[in-house]
Design a binder for this molecule. Sequence first.
Ligand code: GUN
Ligand code: FE
Length: 459
Amino acid sequence: MKIGAMKDPVDKYFFGTFMHTPALDQLDIMTDTLISVDTTGTIVSVLSPGHPDYKDSLLNARQHKNFISIAENAFYLPGLIDTHIHAPQWPQLGKALHLPLQNWLMDCTFPLESKYQDPAFATAMYTSMVDTLLANGTTTAVYFSTVHTRATDILAELCVQKGQRAWVGRVAMDDHSQCPDYYRDASTQQGLLDSEASIQTIRQLKGNESQRVKPILTPRFIPSCTDEMLSGLGGLATQHNCAIQTHCSESDWQHQYVIDRTGLRDTEALDQFGLLTRNTVLAHANFINHSDMSLIQKRGSGIAHCPLSNQYFAGSIFPLRDALNLNVHVGLGTDISGGPSASQFESCRHAISGSRMLESGVDANITANQRGTADARINYIEAFYLATAGGGIVLDEPIGLFKEGYQFDAIHIDASSANTNLLFFPELDSLTDLFQKTIYAATRADISTVWVDGIVVSN
Ligand code: GUN
Ligand code: FE
């Protein structure tokens, strides 16, 4: 074998019960399973009883200094992937949810985001946020930061330091008619220069040689950016092979604003600016129709479905089942602080309950058979798939599954703490029930250890 073709040596062995969702409607529960992970955090093998190498490998692994095994009734899940977070809105979590989107932006959110001009403020808020999200099992986060380059660098540095897998985007917003004087790019040109500089800085950060933390171009949404900014960012995405994120068709107001200004639907306009690529994450997309979905699917872009935020700001429920039926890539997002929760388990719950409401309809004044949208509901397995493997597909990364060649990003669920709401009755509950209960009831208290690339990042 050529040296270059040799695999990295195994660095750690994880043993116990692993649960994951390799397809939208498939839950795999692997008991007494041995996963070996190399020095770069890549899964080298997944061996379950019955595999010809299982017995010898397990004997050998038990002698290894890094043999990690967990108690019975505890299990590993893939780390949660949050595809849409506004990092600067962290101190606003659980506040200001009574206003419509455009007032919420102008009256609460832009004044808060402008404070990140101060690096000390940014460091304090972002430290609290990254620590708390890791403790909640969010091993991968896709962040909007603010317009400020220094605060954006600070966020990326903290992710590197704390070991969170992340995409970090300096927010571009230069349109004078939609952005206040105190919180806006100094000029279109300066905004483009700052976004480009941010790509270089993040890629060259010390400690980020593996590129676990990546830059992402971030036009806030079409209403806050000029055409020149949008096409400039599209050009930078191609030039630097960089990911893109933005908000798309989130509310009636945003959706109509784009049509009035450009004569195009949001997805069509983004596409014309070169912003709809395989590495684009579109937040919300509640008002997209089948033609938008086909375009998104053709480009290979993904959607960050943020069901809790949608209850406050979108005024509608995302047509999730339609998007899935058309093979659009979909992940889940908290949309902190549009969604007032730091937990992707909450996103799963709201994706399920929202889809149920869409299917049944909600207005009791309408007769039952005309009230809802047929076949809209999803179940707990589908929701968890979106929060893990689905997010991995949106981001085009080998994450979200326990599979050879994937990165070992995982959370250890242990419902034995005295204060748990995750109640397991072995005489009544199967392991599938335990998984289901976890989706519906797990809190941070049930997550005892979190790994990214095989390294402990929270415990
Ligand atoms: N549209 C533009 N900016 C934002 C934001 O910060 N949050 C949400 N939910 N929608 C937006
Ligand atoms: Fe958002």
